[in-house]
Design a protein around this ligand. Structure first.
Ligand code: GDP
Length: 203
């Protein structure tokens, strides 16, 4: 009772970029997370961004924040556009399909490009093996995903945009990493563009 609600503009904003080969389910995951729906067909050439107010569960606490998701598409072969996208991100969901070896191999290229553009090996990252519902078509074993994630020092999670398996968890995991990093660095931007009030010490 009497707990003051933070002004929506004071809430922290966490910016996530979806990367991965075409057809692995970046849009399906984003739309499932945003709207709780599985969309079978989505224009694969469109890069779209989404914003939603969410509750971040981490370390036993719950905090409200905004999440921005940039769902990248195909036109990033223009290196300048792609690099600008990467620079606007605070964390990356790097997605492959467990049914397609090539998409798994490609994750290394995305990782290398991102680390190079940001000049940062510690950038918040989660490796996502999507289409886990298609177990009978599996080509990439969980231990392969886990080994790569260990190499990169990030978590590995298997999801299904179709059944919603681990979809919430993948975004929550990445947001916690972004939040922890901002706290370690002394706070980040709020949704209103000012300094976020939550999670930073004001002296
Ligand atoms: P994107 O190019 O990475 O954004 O991939 P899309 O989200 O457009 O998905 C490509 C195709 O895979 C679409 O036909 C989706 O319906 C399908 N798809 C995406 N995620 C899943 C999933 O988790 N399970 C299944 N069975 N199909 C999926």
């Amino acid at each position: 009772m009497g707990k003051k609600q933070p002004n929506r503009n004071d809430l922290p904003l966490h910016k996530i970029i979806m990367v991965g080969s075409g057809g692995v389910g970046k849009s399906a995951l984003t739309l499932q997370y945003m709207y709780g729906d599985f969309i079978e067909e989505y224009d694969p050439t469109k890069a779209d961004s989404y914003r939603k107010k969410v509750v971040l569960n981490s370390g036993g606490t719950q905090t409200e924040c905004f999440i921005d998701i940039l769902d990248t598409a195909g036109q990033e072969e223009y290196a300048a556009i792609r690099d600008n996208y990467y620079r606007s991100g605070e964390g990356f969901l790097c997605v492959f399909s467990i049914c397609e070896q090539e998409s798994f191999a490609h994750t290394q290229e995305f990782r290398d490009q991102i680390c190079r553009v940001l000049d940062d090996e510690e950038v918040p990252f989660v490796l996502v093996g999507n289409k886990a519902d298609l177990a009978h078509l599996r080509k990439v074993q969980p231990r392969e995903g886990e080994a790569k994630a260990r190499e990169w020092g990030c978590p590995y999670i298997e999801t299904s945009a179709k059944t919603r398996q681990n979809v919430e968890e993948a975004y929550q995991m990445l947001m916690s990493k972004i939040r922890d990093r901002k706290e370690a660095k002394g706070g980040g931007k709020s949704a209103g563009g000012g300094k976020a009030k939550k999670g930073c010490l004001i002296l």
